[in-house]
Design a protein around this ligand. Structure first.
Ligand SMILES: Cc1cc2nc3c(=O)[nH]c(=O)nc-3n(C[C@H](O)[C@H](O)[C@H](O)COP(=O)(O)OP(=O)(O)OC[C@H]3O[C@@H](n4cnc5c(N)ncnc54)[C@H](O)[C@@H]3O)c2cc1C
Ligand code: SF4
Ligand code: SF4
Ligand code: SF4
Length: 393
């Protein structure tokens, strides 16, 4: 039977499952909630396609040569779109350009059950749900096959995702399409969808409302301020709440990160997408004239195709030339390391569930939670960091 990479090297990109014509591969969630391919030996005809296309074994050859790369600090001119975006709103500018040419844009949105999923946007209204960073691994489902169908129908496609997802798509397609533009985001890790789902249910239980969005990049106090927002189905929002802070603390600790992120071959300045986008941290020192309190993107243009599109969208942005040295940050140099308590965490989780780990690792205390609920119930302390709490539990 075919041997696919182990848990530490598999990105869960779905390329193998998408390429298997025998329908022998299904993506299944493991105990940590991450998707891995599972091969049904009775259906496998041993064609070797899945093994051939797996980006895990081919990562170095997927990276574009660094000599053609251009580096920019950029932000979109549309102030409203800039504030909805995590960084400088460059993704939105690229996406609107593709939509204007009757193209289709793939990116990550929250579903009604608050799962991060890759979806297709075909108009400006569906684009809005793709803005902002979702700090959890997205579910790709049949996206790669859908992208292939659109490309074969001659439509322009913008696919955005983590570098491993972009690498997986390119390996799956096995040919270059002039109507495909890939955009990878700078990414240091993705968190467990299972723990995220537990977290959402936990917050909903305590705040008695159905969550429809979580933003750890709320810009009401400016880009990179650490402000957070939870939006509810009834149209109200919680700003800078204790509940959002739990995920803001949990996600970067690397207790719940996908194992392959700790050996990620894509945490480097050499990229896999036509264009790479991230935050231009430190822009106020490197390029003071480019700084904007609402966000600045770091943009790496890696291919000729990326360069062409970049030229087409310049008018919608403020752009300054930069260098990789000016824009350097950890994710362009090395992958993350797991927290030393990772095994202990998962052991505790299997035994006691989310309630056990949220107390032990993320400093949740029922007393603190009760105080938070009373605050909301009695409408005491309606102002947190100057923003009104807009709902009661
Ligand atoms: C998990 C994660 C880790 C990141 N780590 C870094 C980092 O270390 N350094 C850095 O500079 N930037 C990082 N970023 C990228 C940054 O936060 C912005 O997403 C990026 O700069 C795009 O911002 P924007 O303003 O152009 O677009 P926005 O309009 O905010 O668009 C967001 C884009 O991110 C995509 N996206 C959102 N969530 C996910 C997800 N879970 N999986 C795949 N794609 C997703 C959307 O499809 C869209 O293309 C990270 C993003 C994510 C999602
Ligand atoms: S193709 Fe993707 S999902 Fe399949 S084994 Fe390789 S990395 Fe994992
Ligand atoms: S070897 Fe071929 S048939 Fe078997 S799982 Fe891989 S792609 Fe499917
Ligand atoms: S850190 Fe690497 S392996 Fe993890 S999601 Fe990002 S690109 Fe994929």
């Amino acid at each position: 039977m075919i041997e696919l990479p182990d848990t530490n090297s598999c990105f869960g990109c779905t390329a193998c499952a998408s390429v298997c014509r025998a329908g022998a591969i299904t993506m299944c969630r493991d105990a940590e909630g991450f998707e891995y391919p599972s091969v049904d030996a009775s259906r496998c005809v041993g064609c070797g396609r899945c093994d051939d296309i797996c980006p895990s074994a081919h990562a170095p050859s997927m990276k574009h040569p660094a000599d053609a790369q251009r580096v920019y600090a950029a932000r979109c001119r549309d102030g409203r779109e800039l504030r909805l975006s995590a960084s400088g709103g460059v993704f939105g500018v690229l996406a609107r350009h593709v939509l204007a040419r009757d193209g289709v844009v793939y990116g990550v949105a929250y579903s009604s059950a608050m799962e991060a999923r890759h979806v297709a946007a075909e108009d400006a209204s569906s684009l809005s749900s793709l803005h902002d960073s979702k700090y959890v691994q997205s579910h790709l489902g049949s996206t790669f096959r859908d992208v292939q169908r659109q490309l074969q129908d001659g439509r322009e496609v913008l696919f955005s995702g983590t570098p491993c997802q972009v690498a997986g798509l390119r390996r799956f397609l096995r040919q270059s399409y002039t109507n495909l533009l890939t955009c990878d985001i700078l990414c240091h890790s993705v968190a467990s969808p299972r723990i995220f789902s537990d977290y959402v249910r936990f917050v909903e239980r305590h705040t008695r409302g159905r969550m429809v969005n979580l933003s750890l990049r709320d810009k009401s106090r400016g880009w990179g301020s650490g402000a957070t927002r939870i939006d509810y189905a009834d149209g109200t929002s919680l700003y800078d709440s204790y509940w959002a802070s739990i995920w803001a603390v949990a996600y970067p600790l690397h207790l719940i990160t996908r194992p392959s992120c700790h050996a990620c071959p894509f945490c480097s300045g050499q990229r896999v997408g036509d264009i790479s986008i991230g935050d231009f941290w430190g822009v106020e020192r490197a390029l003071p004239q480019s700084y904007c309190a609402d966000g600045v993107s770091l943009v790496l243009v890696n291919t000729e195709h990326g360069c062409q599109l970049w030229g087409d969208v310049q008018a919608d942005m403020f752009v300054d030339d930069s260098t990789l040295d000016d824009a350097m940050q950890p994710v362009l140099m090395r992958h993350s390391s797991p927290d030393v308590r990772r095994d202990e965490f998962w052991h505790d989780y299997q035994r006691g569930g989310f309630d056990a780990v949220v107390r032990k690792y993320w400093h949740y205390s029922p007393l603190l939670a009760l105080r938070q609920r009373l605050k909301l119930l009695l409408r005491i302390g309606l102002r947190e960091t100057g923003k009104e709490v807009e709902r009661q539990p």
